[in-house]
Design a protein around this ligand. Sequence first.
Ligand code: APR
Length: 275
Amino acid sequence: MVVVIFFVRYQNMEAIDSGQYEHIVFFTGAGMSAESGVPTYRGRGGIWSQYRWEEYACREAFDRDPEKVLKFHEMRRKTVLACNPHEGHVSIASLQKRHPRVTVVTQNIDGMHQRAGTRNVIELHGSLWRLRCPCGGRPEEDIGGKYQRYRCKKCGGWLRPDIVWFGDMLDQGVMEEAIAMIRSCDLFVSVGTSGVVYPAAGFPRLAKENHAWCIEINPEPNGLSCLYDQAIRDMAGKALPGLFDSSSLQGKNYPLHKHGIYQNTNRGESSDDVQ
Ligand code: APR
């Protein structure tokens, strides 16, 4: 079988008629928020080129010095609060209001999709805006530059950011939900991820199980680019607003839903597996 992969530059691409697709999944990484001013993780200026994750983003670091790890995350919260969603975030949110089935699966912990108005965001790596106690219970929303509390009301122990750090297991329920969404989509759009962190590498293959058309938006190619049917070598904020033909949905009226700014409404009880 001959597999033909088309690499189409955005400039030459016709807008997609979203009405042709039943379920559209956006899978986003740090590059999605880069134009908002939130640093990516890898590459020049990336968070892991300035900070050693071994000191700030793993269970061992938190056990050694919880205050240092919490202060690092407060610094990241302040950075994100000084940023705003860009046109790309807004265009995904507005497509979701016009189309019956648009799902966002994100590796980002910054809450930008929710701030732009996207609802039911599946947050694979947790959120900067929640804390949880290793003694159990539901993660609690905590918004602001500084954390409202460092200690658990019940056990007095240190609260930790509800974030999947290096060496942590992904929340099984969140992962299952993401997989179910990706397996059932017929258009899969990956935006701004290097794809080096599990499970991102498997996602385009999963989407292909349903014969989804797979598009990658990223100015730089990476090891996963060959899995996509189409590559848009451009920035998220430039590529996304023109990606869909809005006229194809005129006349349809899907209800708007209220949403919490940072709330991930899909999130249930935290799994004991997530450390
Ligand atoms: N638009 C689109 N893509 C961009 C843009 C932009 N404006 N700017 C940068 N990119 C791309 C880069 O080319 C790179 O491929 O975004 C990607 C960012 O890659 P990473 O920094 O590795 O971020 P990500 O893939 O989200 O990392 C995955 O690693 O450290 C962990 O938990 C952390 O969620 C994170 C995970």
